[in-house]
Design a binder for this molecule. Structure first.
Ligand code: DX5
Ligand code: ZN
Length: 233
């Protein structure tokens, strides 16, 4: 098993496919992960506390269990009200990256603490959270996550109205020369992949469009091929 610190997140800005295990069969999670691994760059782990979002999913014990079965980079999306309380448990469990929500307010200390723990830090924005809320953090984070559904559940419909914000974040990253990935999450499938890539996203999270398909690996590879074709335009 690779040591956690040696897991490479890949080059900033490069295309990454990040299957969301929320849509996998939790009863056979390790097998589901193994199935998609050849087509996977990051594994997206949705953490929900029943407070920030109206659903409860998984936490550090599951990350720790997964860590024993995979060498993939674990991209932990913290849909929780008190991320600062849980950064250390996630780091110890084997996460490499955590993403916290901009709607929580002042995040300076959370960002600093994540860095001190050696975690990559991302900032997520709900569909109705404006670019302006993200703006002041852009040079302090490794990743911006534009939610293309309201967080809490898999299988929702993509919100096309988020596309201009994705383009706005991409423009800011490029104009300012920032070392920052741009991730999208929610309703990403074969139809929406070209749209988000054309808008500037480079990390694509997909749950249902991968794990709810008869051949999850083929589905992940198809999304990658569509994203590569779109980014070549
Ligand atoms: C939603 C989660 C997503 C979810 C995406 O709150 O953050 O990561 O798993 O699921 P799909 O791809 O089915 O929309
Ligand atoms: Zn997510």
């Amino acid at each position: 098993m690779t040591t956690t610190s040696s897991i490479d997140p890949g080059a900033i800005g490069s295309l990454r496919i990040a299957p969301s295990i929320l849509a996998a069969d939790f009863g056979t999670l390790a097998e589901a992960v193994a199935t998609v691994t050849p087509g996977t760059d990051w594994l997206h782990v949705d953490v929900m506390d029943g407070h920030f979002v109206p659903n409860i999913s998984i936490g550090p014990p599951v990350v720790q269990a997964l860590r024993a079965h995979t060498d993939l980079y674990l991209d932990c999306h913290l849909m929780i009200t008190d991320p600062g309380e849980y950064l250390e448990p996630f780091a110890k469990a084997g996460a490499q990256g955590v993403t916290v929500h901009a709607e929580l307010g002042d995040l300076d200390s959370v960002i600093a603490e994540a860095r001190a723990l050696g975690l990559r830090i991302g900032l997520a924005a709900n569909p109705d959270t404006s670019f302006e809320v993200l703006d002041r953090y852009l040079d302090a984070v490794d990743l911006v996550l534009c939610m293309t559904v309201f967080p809490g559940f898999g299988g929702q419909s993509f919100m096309y109205e988020v596309l201009p914000k994705i383009a706005q974040v991409r423009l800011a990253i490029d104009e300012r020369g920032l070392d920052c990935d741009l991730e999208v999450d929610g309703g990403i499938d074969a139809t929406t992949t070209p749209l988000v890539v054309e808008a500037g996203a480079n990390v694509l999270v997909a749950g249902s469009a991968i794990f709810n398909r008869p051949d999850p690996l083929a589905a992940a590879n198809e999304l990658r091929a569509l994203a590569q074709a779109a980014s070549a335009h």
